[in-house]
Design a protein. Structure first.
Length: 201
């Protein structure tokens, strides 16, 4: 009797990532809504990273505008590009109000995502999204501040044979740098734009 074919490895990893993200979003929603008690988690904080031109960027460079922060990586097979497409669509739908928001894409794969790689990647989604990278230590620090889970998942023996498991949540930060609310990363551009309108007032 022949054995059934195995599903493609890429699909397995993507499914695992989506399930993990769903669990993390559910847990985070309880904490962010105050359901975790009086000591709800703080989200965000100071960071120093590099933009697509290898210039230092800090959280204070975005003061005066909302930040829509998303963590992922350029080798992400489907979740990250889908989310970034939705962000770009939401910005288009917001019209002039989009000028009040700076979408920020922060890599969780600093070994491969150089400034040049990040610049080329986010450019594919339009001119509004800022791609940021940094040293492994800098990425670890900003991920910790935003309560982001990420881990390398080996897919083969070579140095580049790995994927990155990571949580998938959008963080809306206020013009003063404070955390406003989480947004679903699987929302459509239309849904995202509607949520942003309500949250920004």
């Amino acid at each position: 009797m022949s054995t059934p074919p195995k599903p493609p490895t890429r699909i397995v990893y993507a499914t695992m990532g989506l399930l993990l993200a769903a669990l993390l979003i559910g847990a985070a929603a309880v904490l962010w809504s105050g359901g975790g008690g009086t000591n709800a988690l703080s989200i965000g904080g100071p960071f120093t990273l590099e933009d697509g031109n290898a210039k230092p960027v800090t959280d204070r460079d975005f003061r005066g505008r909302y930040m829509l922060v998303y963590f992922g990586y350029t080798f992400c097979p489907d979740v990250c590009p889908t989310t970034l497409n939705a962000i770009a669509d939401a910005m288009d739908r917001l019209g002039p109000a989009a000028d009040r928001i700076q979408p920020v894409f922060i890599t969780v794969d600093p070994k491969r995502d150089t400034p040049a790689a990040m610049k080329a990647y986010v450019a594919a989604f339009g001119p509004r999204i800022e791609g940021l990278t940094g040293t492994p230590e800098q990425i670890a620090a900003v991920a910790k501040a935003y309560r982001v889970y990420y881990a390398e998942h080996r897919t083969g023996p070579g140095p580049g044979d790995y994927a990155m498991d990571h949580s998938s949540v959008l963080y809306l930060m206020g013009p003063d740098g404070s955390f406003v609310a989480p947004l679903r990363a699987d929302a459509t551009g239309q849904e995202m734009a509607a949520s942003l309108k309500k949250l920004m007032g």
